[in-house]
Ligand binder design. Structure first.
Ligand code: PGA
Length: 252
């Protein structure tokens, strides 16, 4: 991993103020491994409290709206995230794409809104099991990238891409290291086509059932520059082990 590894926890719809103790413990683990950049994306309700408690981790939102303000009941603007202390936003997670009908164009608009408010952005892509079985995985991901990567000037400098095969999320199943490497190489090529030289510095995270036991192997795959972690980011015990695995890879 030539790029500084980025390990991000996506807490999804989990966590209350009581859970901030885990975030503090994760923050202490991040402080022990300065070679690794660590982020946590809790529910909107916890962003401000977590950002105030955090010293060494970035705090982000799991989504944002495309508009800066207005009559959008239940939505949260990128500017509001930034105001609450967030420094990044995840956009286009497969759960948003599937459960909220988010299109590539909407994901792209969200990414640009987040960048416009000074946030870094993680754009998620990934194929379904049926698409992989049909031999379409790379084509599907290429299409998602073409439609959802931000095109704003300088976008690459604050962008990460998370490759998360839908069938690996929350299932305990992961692709082979070879398949991860092949997909990440394909994504790297697309980033080069989209951003030129700047595309080489965009971190490509793997996500989908990353845990303390498989992190080292997945992080060692070709062009993997970090991980987006769901279930295993909810406790400091498991998430710290993943951070440590990334740090160890940097050392060796
Ligand atoms: P998981 O989720 O680690 O629980 O599979 C990953 C994600 O959805 O980002």
């Amino acid at each position: 991993m030539a790029l500084r590894p980025l390990i991000v926890g996506n807490w999804k719809m989990n966590g209350t103020r009581a859970t901030l103790a885990e975030a503090r413990a994760i923050d202490r683990a991040a402080a022990r491994h300065p070679a690794v950049e660590v982020g946590l994306a809790p529910s909107f309700t916890l962003v401000m409290a977590m950002a105030e408690a955090a010293q060494d981790i970035a705090v982000g939102g799991q989504d944002c709206h495309v508009k800066p303000s207005g009559a959008f009941t239940g939505d949260v603007a990128a500017a509001q995230l930034a105001d609450a202390g967030a420094s990044f936003a995840i956009v286009g997670h497969s759960e948003r794409r599937a459960l909220h009908g988010e299109s590539d164009a909407l994901v792209q608009a969200k990414a640009e809104a987040a960048l416009g408010e000074g946030l870094a952005v993680i754009v998620c892509v990934g194929e379904t099991e049926a698409e992989r079985d049909a031999g379409q995985a790379e084509a599907v991901v290429a299409g998602q990238l073409a439609g959802s990567l931000p095109t704003a000037e300088g976008a690459a400098a604050r962008l990460a891409v998370a490759y998360e095969p839908v069938w690996a999320i929350g299932t305990g199943r992961v692709p082979s290291v070879d398949d991860v490497g092949a997909m990440h190489r394909a994504i790297r090529a697309r980033l080069g086509a989209a951003y030129g030289e700047a595309g080489a510095a965009v971190r490509i995270l793997y996500g989908g059932s990353v845990n303390a036991a498989n992190a080292a192997e997945l992080l060692a795959a070709d062009e993997v520059s970090g991980a987006l972690v769901g279930g295993a980011s909810l406790t400091a015990e498991s998430f710290s082990a993943i951070i440590a695995a990334a740090a160890q890879q940097q050392d060796g």
